[in-house]
Design a protein around this ligand. Structure first.
Ligand code: FAD
Length: 402
């Protein structure tokens, strides 16, 4: 009766343990997390929490007493250092060893950093944890010039928060448009324009060469042959899956692709599973494996990992989903398209109130609603279907009649 050990006490982990208990699992459950906080949601860290609008208590997945009430043993502030698959044990940094019947790797991902001169100067930040958001919020309160390196989701959300707080903000993006790898050039430009309209200096096609500083603190970012003044910097250049434990345990895992799991989230060792940002999982709806760094994925895969442990025949069979909020723009995206897929716009691009479809071979691969609400379930139902582009574009044809 060793039970289940979940390594990494983030969003996916919280949903593993909640689902196990909700569905009657009666063996021991232990949650091991490097962070001292109980599981919390990260999206507010670059949005409402960073802006001071979302109180700290609102970011946690469960009330403090939930874990004890549900007989979940917590080891917060403790790193799992090794897994012995033959003995079915996990070793923790404090010297303790936990036996398991099942082990879930829910170790998430860590921000990538830049290997350029000055990257370690004070004032150069990444954003992943509550404490990072606290530090950044304090910085935004007293600094006046923010440079964001990387026009991805987190970088743009922080840019929006900082502009809203009145800072001068520059975004430096290596590609020709922000978000171009996900959304393609036309929709990438929509986000560039959104930020420019709010007064952000969005520079594209520029690589960062290094950071300049004075007395150990950042004063500027050298990029594209220019020095951009900065008294605080956010580096948002993506995240890498935390695969170290899996690699050391001899499981198939890659430093950028993640831990290889099947559609039930099992590794080649069927009692070791992976879920959330760290998992490179076979998706039966898409017909291939992928790794997804999204809130919805962590919740659903945490639930799925628990169901696999419970012996249910559930699979990773849903379309990916994510969302963002920047200024007065809210958007949701469902599906999985390539950035060179055909784009069909329904609505007003310039007014930033629209639905976008991505098509390949006549089939809808993904859809995104921008400032159009309560339609994402209908859009999800359209993904995978063959629909004529001119009908998709016609606003007089209701979504449920397409
Ligand atoms: C600032 C920010 C904003 C975001 N906004 C959005 C958004 O708007 N929309 C969206 O869809 N997604 C968003 N995301 C992504 C979303 O938050 C992640 O996909 C989600 O948190 C992944 O959950 P996870 O449980 O897989 O990993 P994590 O939440 O990263 O949790 C993993 C935990 O495991 C711990 N850990 C790692 N190794 C060990 C070890 N060896 N021993 C013990 N513990 C370990 C880590 O410290 C961490 O606490 C955002 C992410 C960030 C950082």
């Amino acid at each position: 009766m060793a039970g289940t050990v979940v390594v990494g006490a983030g969003l996916a982990a919280a949903h593993v343990v909640a689902t196990l208990r909700a569905q009657g699992y009666d063996r021991p459950v232990t949650l091991v997390g490097e962070e001292i906080d109980r599981p919390y949601e990260r999206p507010p860290l670059s949005k409402g929490y960073l802006q001071g609008a979302t109180p700290r208590e609102d970011v946690f997945v469960h009330e403090p007493g939930w874990y004890a009430d549900n007989d979940v043993t917590t080891r917060f502030g403790t790193v799992a250092t090794a897994i012995d698959r033959a003995a079915r044990t996990a070793a923790l940094a404090d010297g303790s060893v936990l036996g398991y019947d099942h082990l879930v790797l829910a170790t998430g991902s860590s921000p990538r950093t830049l290997d350029v001169p000055g990257a370690a100067l004070d004032g150069v930040h990444t954003l992943r944890r509550l404490a990072d958001s606290d530090v950044l919020r304090d910085e935004l309160a007293v600094r006046s010039r923010l440079v964001v390196v990387g026009g991805g989701w987190i970088g743009l959300e922080v840019a929006a928060a900082a502009r809203t707080a009145g800072l001068h903000v520059t975004v430096l993006e290596y590609a020709a448009q922000p978000l171009v790898r996900v959304l393609g050039p036309q929709l990438g430009e929509l986000f560039a324009t959104l930020h420019r309209d709010h007064g952000v200096d969005v520079r594209t096609g520029v690589g960062v060469e290094g950071f300049e500083g004075s007395d150990g603190r950042v004063t500027g970012v050298r990029a594209g042959g220019e020095l951009v003044p900065a008294d605080v910097v956010l580096v948002g250049v993506g995240a890498a899956p935390n695969v170290g434990l899996a690699v050391r345990a001899g499981l198939a895992a890659d430093a950028s692709a993640g831990v290889t799991v099947d559609e039930h989230l099992r590794t080649a060792d069927p009692v070791v599973l992976a879920a959330g940002d760290v998992a490179h999982a076979h998706n039966t709806a898409l017909g291939h494996a992928l790794r997804v760094e999204h809130w919805d994925n962590a919740i659903r895969q945490g639930t799925l990992a628990a169901r696999s442990i419970l012996g249910q025949d559930a699979a990773y069979d849903w379309q990916p989903y994510f969302y963002t909020d920047q200024y007065d723009l809210g958007m949701e995206y469902v599906g999985y398209a390539d950035s060179d897929d055909r784009v069909v716009v329904r609505g007003e691009l310039d007014a930033r109130e629209l639905i976008v479809f991505w098509l390949r071979d006549g089939h809808v691969r993904a859809a995104m609603n921008v400032n159009v609400w309560d339609v994402n379930d209908q859009l999800r139902a359209l993904v995978g279907r063959r629909i004529a582009p001119d009908r998709l574009a016609r606003q007089d044809v209701p979504l449920d009649e397409l």
